[in-house]
Design a protein around this ligand. Sequence first.
Ligand SMILES: C[S@@+](CC[C@H](N)C(=O)[O-])C[C@H]1O[C@@H](n2cnc3c(N)ncnc32)[C@H](O)[C@@H]1O
Length: 298
Amino acid sequence: MEIVHTPVLVKETLVFLGPRRDGELMADGTIGEGGHSEAFLRNFPGIRIVGIDADQTILETAKKRLAEFGNEIELHVGWAQVFFAERRNTFDTILIDSGISVFHYTKSGRGFSFSKDEPLDMRLDTGQGKSAADIVAELPERDFADLLFNNAEERYSWRIAHAVVEARTRGRIESAGALANIVERAVPPAYRRARLHPATKTFQALRMAVNGELIRLPSLLENAMNALKVQGRLGFISFESLTDRMVKLFFKERCTAKKLSLVTKSAVCASVEEVRRNPPSRSARLRVIEKKREKENI
Ligand SMILES: C[S@@+](CC[C@H](N)C(=O)[O-])C[C@H]1O[C@@H](n2cnc3c(N)ncnc32)[C@H](O)[C@@H]1O
């Protein structure tokens, strides 16, 4: 078992989502390699955690890593929004650490990274749905440009979409490397020399589309809220600004309707020290709410 992901905002999640009573039940809705769950199990003996992940492969790592905790941890493969839909009023706390793990970029072999020439798949659940290569092959130019702009605010969405549609007339774009080259050639030279690789946003937008990240976000939040007990707490960590904006708006609307209260008044970010130690934590935003009422009253 090799652990490659460093969990973000661990101290902060322990503070905001730590148990307030004995024998609490927590759901780690996106357990990944189990970094957050391990921290909770070590720091709070007596807590029980149900861990969920859409990716069967990464769940195997969590299983080995957390084996020593025996019955205190239970694992489920599947989408968290589906899992929560079937469990009303069940959990004292829920953590959602959204997006993908370092494992996906570096070890999955599924084309999440523009710097690795792997098959262009990007599915978390490889057993269903369209791969990134399918989307790149099928989407009309205008829809592809919209996807890049709407999911990742890619300013050269039209140029990239045009170049992709042109390139695919010569054959299916099957690899991450091939797509990264097309994007690199499509954008202006200054963009090529910028701090971010020019294909960063294209790859982010595709990954979000393949896994329905924005489309499924409202049901993930709604179902997680319903799966909480009254006074239960939900912590949500976002890495993309669009995701964070949607989470903030969802919480704000329900707060106005007195269905929940904000535990964190604004998003909690990583400390300077954490960003130095673990640079991907730079874009992490944690928001925590507490449920006030059951659904009948909502
Ligand atoms: C950022 S990683 C979580 C890292 C984890 N907290 C740790 O400490 O190792 C996000 C994980 O959530 C999974 N995932 C993303 N969206 C999901 C969803 N809607 N339902 C279930 N799993 C999801 C991904 O497969 C990935 O393993």
